[in-house]
Write a protein that binds this ligand. Structure first.
Ligand code: MSK
Length: 658
């Protein structure tokens, strides 16, 4: 197939809106793209086309904007920036800067949920502490003395350790890493000199190293990238995921209906969006209060539908079976139904474009995090360090949503009648319990009923047809007997495609199908939001330990078919650092191939996909020799699936698991 925009120097092409409408797998999405087009409402797909062609220097990471002498563009005419930085330094600096930007996002998320534990433990807010087993587990792992202390006191002490991991400046071990990383890796990282101090320190150090006149040795920047990824993993991802479990419990499988059709014309529809579930949880509690029920009745609505988007949606599906609608690139389309009375958005991945669409329909946009404000939106923030107003604020959010129902322009409502059944809530514990323990799951992998596990995760990008790569790759993988775990925006694509329902077992290879049917589970396990990639990572670590093999030898892979947010860089490098190879769906920002003019080229477009030290490091032997994992890049989903299958096959063969 050919898409509208060709980028020969990336060996890739990008879709126009019509390509997206043609290839996107969800019929509700196709319908909504058409509907917004009909209404003349602009979305990210239109703005993406307006940006074409995108800057070739930026696409390849060759633009340096780290000082005010530039910007500098690295190319054949100017192989060095004004300060003398070369290509390797610029590309690696851009990558590690993107990684720590993502680290800051998840770190800020971690901070909110950790502070919420402290507020709950100190009795300053009516926030639950339902994850008792997680508190005791962490207290033991951290070596805290629990004797004679109440559960709340211990929960608070655990939270303080998590907080210290976020902010430590002294050169002392990161406690979460000490507690959960495999011994073999800890020794390796120590030998490589990449053990981190904390999120805060590594963000500071990365910005310091990459500023004007900083580090010009790209190998030192590559080491800082691994160090920052470990800080990202253990201080931000593990902390966010586990702190949320301390607050609201460890999820267990739940079934739900998902997709755009869960919204109801005669109900108040509230969409919860973002990442941190604290305000969303409280609003849901208030929705069930007598006051709000009475308001709903007075407004003439038959009830309230609460549904989720992005990772807050994943959280709510995992814990309560609350339906999900869509992901980052679908947020404008969901508002385009005209049926959303309120969009309650906390932090990250809330694109500014939503306000324009919301204003076309009178949708109330309520922002609840001081870091994520949108001009014109109603701002009712949750601040875990000033939680006293949480009850009243959540009630106000619920009231505003119901009041918005009365103002809704019914003539503009258009809800695609598409619903899909799905199962979510696959925590680390739930997966192991369902399979009957790590040894049993390992046995299924060794005997080949399950060929391997791929965690297929991450955002959407307009650079590939929306959700097409996610769904196509995963269908091919389960047809090949590869069990899939998923999180984040990818999981919404797979949930809506019906691949997370037990019935999807019928699409799997015979061995995997039999396993899924025996257990009553889907071949694609939705484990949660993007911070919950740690659940899959823990599963990988546990299975490697059960096999008595280093993780780098196991038939596992990390797959990011539609990379978007800077946070995905850290996700990928986290798995690489643990020895799990990556398949990335678009050639940026890791690795960044640098094209070369072909022999006898007659035009500037006559390029071949080139190589450089950075590409060789990620995709060749450089990183592989250090950590036992590498990056494969493939924007075409059928070829990507083939690459994953071959990788898993090679790993099995080397293990002697035929
Ligand atoms: S919401 S980080 S676009 S997965 Fe977590 Fe989706 Fe990526 Fe945001």
């Amino acid at each position: 197939m050919t898409y509208k925009y060709l980028y020969p120097y990336l060996n890739a092409e990008m879709p126009g809106k019509e390509d997206v409408r043609k290839h996107t797998p969800n019929p509700a999405t196709k319908e909504m793209i058409g509907r917004l087009e009909e209404l003349g409402i602009e979305t990210a797909l239109d703005r993406f086309e307006a940006q074409q062609p995108q800057c070739g220097f930026g696409l390849r990471g060759l633009c340096c904007r780290m000082c005010q002498w530039g910007p500098c563009r690295i190319g054949p005419k100017s192989p060095r920036g004004i300060c003398g930085r070369d290509l390797n330094t610029v590309v690696m600096s851009n990558i590690v800067r993107a990684l720590v930007a993502g680290l800051s996002g998840h770190g800020r998320h971690a901070h909110e949920v950790i502070m919420a534990i402290i507020a709950a433990a100190e009795g300053k807010a009516d926030i639950p502490l339902l994850g008792e087993t997680r508190v005791w587990e962490l207290a033991e792992k951290f070596g805290l003395v629990a004797t004679g202390k109440s559960f709340r006191e211990v929960a608070r002490e655990v939270a303080l350790v998590l907080l210290e991991d976020l902010g430590r400046l002294a050169d002392r071990p990161m406690r979460m890493l000490e507690a959960y990383a495999p011994e073999e890796r800890k020794e390796l990282w120590s030998r490589l000199g990449v053990l981190p101090r904390s999120a805060t320190y590594e963000v500071m150090e990365t910005l310091h190293m990459t500023t004007l006149g900083g580090c010009s040795d790209w190998t030192a920047l590559a080491a800082q990238e691994l160090r920052s990824a470990l800080a990202y993993c253990y201080s931000s991802l593990f902390a966010s995921s586990m702190a949320t479990e301390i607050l609201y419990g460890v999820p267990r499988p739940k079934t739900a209906l998902v997709n755009y059709g869960v919204m109801r014309e005669d109900h108040v529809n509230i969409l919860m969006h973002g990442h941190s579930p604290v305000m969303a949880e409280k609003v849901i509690e208030k929705i069930n209060s007598p006051e709000i029920r009475e308001l709903v009745r007075e407004a003439g609505a038959k009830g309230i539908v609460v549904a989720g988007m992005c990772c807050t949606g994943d959280e709510l599906l995992a814990r309560y079976g609350i339906p999900t609608v869509t992901n980052i690139l679908g947020q404008e389309l969901a508002l385009g139904t005209g049926a959303v009375d309120a969009l309650v958005a906390d932090m990250q991945c809330v694109i500014p474009g939503i306000k324009t669409v919301a204003d076309c329909f009178g949708t109330e946009v309520i922002t609840t995090c001081n870091s994520n404000r949108i001009p014109g939106a109603t701002h009712i923030p949750f601040d875990p360090e000033k939680p006293e107003t949480l009850e009243e604020d959540a009630l106000r959010v619920a009231r505003l949503a119901v009041e918005a129902f009365a103002r809704r322009d019914r003539s503009k409502v258009h809800i695609p009648e598409v619903v899909t059944s799905a199962m979510g809530g696959w925590s680390y514990e739930a997966i192991l319990e369902t399979f009957g323990g790590a040894d049993r799951l390992l046995q299924l992998i060794k005997e080949g009923s399950i060929k391997g596990i791929a965690t297929v995760v991450g955002c959407n990008t307009p650079k590939v047809p929306y959700e097409y790569n996610h769904v196509t790759i995963v269908k091919r993988l389960i047809e090949s007997g590869i069990l899939v775990t998923t999180t984040g925006c990818c999981s919404h694509a797979l949930l809506n495609a019906g691949l997370c329902a037990p019935e999807a077992a019928a699409k799997a290879a015979p061995g995997l199908r039999q396993v899924c049917e025996d257990l009553g589970i889907p071949p694609v396990l939705a484990v949660g939001g993007c911070v919950d990639n740690t659940r899959t990572l823990r599963l990988f670590i546990t299975l490697a330990e059960a096999a008595g093999r280093p993780l780098k030898e196991m038939p596992f892979m990390f797959v990011g078919p539609e990379p978007g947010n800077e946070k995905t860089v850290g996700q990928g490098v986290t798995f690489l650092a643990h020895g799990v190879s990556n398949l990335v769906g678009f050639p940026a920002p890791i690795p960044v191939p640098v094209p070369k003019l072909k022999e006898g080229a007659v035009s500037g477009d006559d390029l071949e996909r080139g190589s450089n030290d950075i590409v060789d490091f990620f995709a060749g032997d450089g990183l592989y020799q250090k950590v036992g994992a590498k990056v494969f890049t493939e924007p075409y989903p059928q070829l990507a699936a083939q690459t994953i299958r071959m990788h898993i096959h090679r790993q099995r063969k080397a293990l002697g698991w035929f």
